[in-house]
Design a protein around this ligand. Structure first.
Ligand SMILES: [Zn+2]
Length: 312
């Protein structure tokens, strides 16, 4: 298929691309009780196997692929396999992820692909001026990914928030937690452009227990200083984030409710899942079951007032 590649903008043969990185779906399948994906693990997107689209030429696919491989091997796999135990609880085995620019490139590549999915209808939601800002950022990120500029935009920052099972975490939980919060935090893949009435806007992605956020307006997210992604360095695993901006509330409360509520499994799909459960009883001891059990543990241990029953 000859068409314009969305990264290099040249007319080329276009291949089928995953919007979300492939490794996340491989991991979800490996650690899921049924051995295949359910809507609950990709609640917000049309994706059975990672939502594919024809977008880029082979050369540009390889540009994304290189950064994805580094991220998968140097951050994602060590985080889900070593730092988190089977319950998704942090073990403190890893202090930091040493990285080069591939970390920022991976995040910008992911956010860029999500922005490509934003269509004209978005103007109605956010207004023309904010929509234009999105498109300006998209063009800056396109140039950055091609190595045509050194910065990702003077007015933005990217953040990586490493999540873990709340049933084992200490500290104050935000009020109104969804009963499915752990299933969302540990397992869900999600993406959205976030915007608020007072003009804030950013691009949010989540791949399993790692949340990524890139600001568009304003430049910084207050309280997330420890989670800023630099071009290179040692990214700390223990973050001590302060939720001045409300982003953690968004990840732990708002988003699980919105995203998990959207899950609409048909009767036919439900039957397929039930059959797969029966066939896979030896796989019951897997991450997806543990995330669900943890939601129950957390529900039992939380003060009834801090728990929003209506969200279930
Ligand atoms: Zn290309």
């Amino acid at each position: 298929m000859q068409q314009i590649c969305q990264l290099c903008l040249k007319e080329k043969t276009i291949c089928e691309s995953h919007i979300q990185p492939k490794f996340i779906f491989e991991w979800l399948k490996e650690t899921s009780v049924t051995g295949y994906l359910r809507g609950a693990e990709s609640p917000n997107m049309r994706m059975q196997d990672g939502f594919k689209q024809y977008l880029f030429c082979k050369q540009c696919e390889d540009i994304f692929g290189k950064d994805e491989k580094s991220f998968s091997e140097e951050v994602f796999k060590p985080y889900v396999n070593e730092e988190l135990d089977d319950w998704g609880s942090a073990t403190s085995k890893i202090k930091a992820f040493t990285h080069e620019e591939w970390l920022l490139r991976f995040v910008i590549g992911l956010q860029f692909r999500h922005l490509l999915m934003v269509d004209e209808k978005f103007v109605e939601k956010v207004g023309k001026s904010r929509y234009d800002k999105l498109r300006i950022n998209q063009e800056i990120w396109r140039q950055y990914l091609l190595g045509e500029r050194q910065d990702t935009g003077a007015q933005n920052r990217s953040y990586m928030i490493l999540l873990q099972n709340l049933a084992f975490a200490s500290g104050n939980f935000p009020p109104g937690l969804s009963p499915k919060v752990n299933s969302y935090i540990l397992r869900a893949t999600d993406a959205d452009v976030t915007f608020s009435k007072d003009g804030k806007m950013g691009v949010y992605s989540k791949i399993g227990p790692i949340a990524l956020f890139t600001t568009i307006v304003p430049k910084q997210v207050r309280g997330l200083g420890k989670a800023v992604i630099k071009k290179q360095g040692a990214f700390p695993v223990v973050q001590h984030l302060d939720d001045k901006s409300g982003i953690l509330h968004f990840i732990m409360v708002d988003r699980p409710k919105e995203a998990m509520d959207k899950i609409d499994i048909s009767e036919k799909q439900r039957k397929k899942i039930d059959d797969a459960y029966k066939k896979n009883e030896d796989r019951m001891d897997t991450h997806s079951v543990k995330a669900q059990i943890s939601d129950q543990i957390l529900a039992d241990s939380l003060d009834a007032n801090g728990f929003d029953e209506s969200a279930g």
